[in-house]
Design a protein around this ligand. Structure first.
Ligand SMILES: *[C@@H]1O[C@H](CO)[C@@H](O)[C@H](O)[C@H]1NC(C)=O
Ligand SMILES: *[C@@H]1O[C@H](CO)[C@@H](O)[C@H](O)[C@H]1NC(C)=O
Ligand SMILES: *[C@@H]1O[C@H](CO)[C@@H](O)[C@H](O)[C@H]1NC(C)=O
Ligand SMILES: *[C@@H]1O[C@H](CO)[C@@H](O)[C@H](O)[C@H]1NC(C)=O
Length: 266
């Protein structure tokens, strides 16, 4: 299939304000808008159409029904050819009651930025929301990657790249480990930290929970290959797809980091 949304690479500059507003010592839990894509190929729906009705129904109920223990939902509303697929995934530290506020923000953000689009994705710090007329369960989306990075460089670029990549790689293994379960469900998320010289790097990786563990690993390996483009020597960086993403910073940006990763020797 050809690109549904087209691919995009955002230059570092966009992230400057976002990344420079943090200090090492304070945990500021932001939920900044990051990016969106309106699908051109899926077209627009008409006012009063069955698609609109289905979309309105699913978006009006999405934050009020069900539980948010895994911060994820993939749901379908209506019947072919007017069915709507909606997926959201909250960040791994933003489940339960932390999740619905981000989704509400994302719903209004998506409606404002992609009015009447049948397909659209919006990214925030703490969640992702996607609507589509095309099913995507357990399919890696390779078409909508983008990255954000802090324009400032580390002095020891080589060491920093090597050690940060190694941390992310380790987290990718952990996130996609089939034995890394929350009850019976795959966790598909991992966070950790690591000392590099005098600095400490904080990092996370995550997949959307429609993926099976092998696909999660495949997705993460795909975006980790973009580390050189995104993140070469940068003091902070993130690569996003729709199906997975990673982030690292020199300050803590999550509500908590897992103990096992923190204690692991490097
Ligand atoms: C963190 O957030 C607090 C409250 O919103 C703000 O006063 C403070 O300046 C922020 N710190 C940084 C480093 O942005
Ligand atoms: C973060 O901490 C809370 C409460 O201690 C816990 O319920 C939650 O599972 C933790 N999240 C992660 C990702 O470890
Ligand atoms: C970081 O390094 C790159 C590549 O060497 C350079 O183009 C860029 O200007 C540097 N950024 C800063 C803020 O010095
Ligand atoms: C994580 O580490 C903290 C501090 O070392 C400890 O108090 C806490 O019980 C640990 N949590 C788990 C789930 O092991």
């Amino acid at each position: 299939m050809s690109s549904v949304f087209g691919s995009v690479h955002i230059l570092a500059m966009i992230a400057i304000q976002l990344l420079l507003t943090h200090s090492v010592s304070s945990l500021n839990l932001t939920n900044a808008y990051l990016h969106h894509k309106c699908s051109n190929t899926q077209g627009k729906y008409k006012q009063g159409s069955a698609f609109e009705k289905n979309l309105n129904l699913v978006l009006s109920t999405i934050t009020s029904i069900g539980n948010f223990r895994d911060g994820f939902r993939y749901t379908e509303e209506g019947e072919d050819p007017n069915n709507v697929f909606v997926m959201f995934q909250c960040r791994g530290d933003s489940y339960w009651s932390k999740c619905p506020p981000c989704i509400s923000t994302a719903v209004s953000g998506l409606r404002r930025r992609c009015p009447r689009n049948k397909g659209a994705i919006i990214w925030y710090d703490q969640c992702l929301l996607k609507i589509s007329s095309v099913a995507s369960f357990n399919k890696i989306d390779y078409e909508n990657d983008f990255y954000l990075s802090n324009p400032n460089n580390m002095s020891d670029r080589g060491l920093f790249n090597k050690e940060t990549s190694a941390l992310l790689e380790k987290l990718a293994y952990k996130a996609s480990d089939r034995n890394n379960l929350d009850g019976k469900q795959l966790v598909l998320y991992a966070a950790g930290e690591k000392r590099i010289g005098t600095k400490k790097v904080y990092a996370m990786v995550q997949c959307t929970k429609d993926l099976i563990f092998t696909k999660c690993f495949e997705c993460l390996e795909g975006i980790l290959r973009k580390f050189p483009q995104c993140c070469d020597g940068k003091r902070g960086g993130r690569v996003f797809g729709t199906s997975c993403n990673f982030r690292y910073e020199l300050y803590p940006f999550l509500r908590n980091y897992s103990n096992s990763t923190m204690r692991a020797p490097y």
